[in-house]
Design a protein around this ligand. Structure first.
Ligand code: ZN
Length: 310
């Protein structure tokens, strides 16, 4: 056992330097827990990573806390989802942090959407003034495993640039994540295969990449447009369409009110399924791969419960 005086000395030293690893670690801040999970996969103990938003929050509308500014001030790298997902809360915090490295264009700024496959890119003129929060295509692209892999690759390259001595370590971590993700893709595709072509409704347009991956057909949304709350007229039209096409499932993100979806299925029959779009959204989703395992399990269960249907 250590003598008390030595324990104190060690504790004081630790307070100054953090743990031995944290002293040399790249300080990474991500906007979402999904990106934090992927960064952790690649960065291992060579990085210290923290997400600003929690997985149970709507990533479009995160309440900015003063502590966020401090975290950004001390960051070596900021990783964002991009495509305007964070545009209502993050840019002001970046400015307030007075950390030039992590500004867009800076060495310590990484926009994971730049290498992602983006769906729902508007063909006409859509601006945020219309209330649509997806003016640059679907920002929920991390819900496609291939995009998780692309984000991991971009993070590997960025970390290797910031900490060149650790590049082989990051490459090995990426390879390991890539292999486990590929195993997951095989597992999820097999589980979802019987439900290919099934029609569903979702609350927000969060699931385009996921439903595209598994061949599900989203026939409508509870929101009239992304970011616009449900209106009685839109709800009625949606309800008629669900009845006409025999659609039984409404997916709802945990941060939305289930009142309208519940009212719809009370008339159409069927089931409201609360599905987390992000790591940390509910219990059992503490990593990127665990999020897909959890959601695939819930989807399979829901399709089994509503029966053959459409
Ligand atoms: Zn959205």
């Amino acid at each position: 056992m250590m003598k008390p005086a030595i324990v104190v000395a060690v504790a004081v030293l630790a307070a100054f330097t953090g743990t031995a690893d944290a002293g040399a670690a790249v300080k990474v801040i991500t906007s979402t827990e999904d990106l934090a999970s992927i960064a952790k996969e690649v960065g291992g103990d060579k990085i210290a990573v923290e997400s600003l938003a929690k997985g149970y929050q709507d990533p479009h509308f995160v309440e900015a806390k003063p502590s966020f500014v401090l975290k950004l001030h001390g960051a070596d790298l900021l990783i964002v989802v991009g495509r305007e997902l964070e545009s209502s809360w993050l840019p002001a915090l970046i400015t307030q942090s007075r950390n030039a490295k992590i500004r867009p264009g800076g060495e310590g700024y990484l926009d994971a959407s730049l290498t992602a496959r983006i769906l729902d890119i508007p063909t006409g003129q859509i601006t945020r003034a219309m209330g649509d929060v997806h003016p640059e295509g679907n920002p929920h692209y991390w819900l496609e495993p291939g995009n998780g892999r692309r984000a991991a690759k971009a993070i590997q390259e960025k970390l290797s640039q910031l900490s060149p001595g650790d590049a082989p370590y990051f490459a090995q971590r990426f390879a390991d994540f890539d292999r486990r993700l590929a195993e997951g893709e095989t597992r999820w595709k097999a589980a979802m295969a019987p439900y290919k072509g099934r029609k569903i409704v979702t609350y927000h347009r969060s699931w385009s990449n996921l439903t595209n991956e598994f061949g599900l057909d989203v026939i409508g949304y509870v929101e009239p447009r992304p970011g616009i709350p449900p209106s009685p007229a839109h709800t009625l039209t949606l309800q008629h369409e669900m009845t006409r096409q025999g659609v039984k499932i409404i997916l709802v993100e945990p941060y939305f009110d289930v009142k309208t979806p519940n009212a719809i299925v009370a008339r159409t029959g069927g089931k409201v399924v609360v599905l987390p779009p992000s790591v940390g959204g509910v219990k059992g989703t503490d990593s990127y791969i665990a999020l897909f395992d959890h959601n695939v399990r819930l989807l399979v269960q829901a399709f089994q419960e509503v029966g053959a249907g459409k």
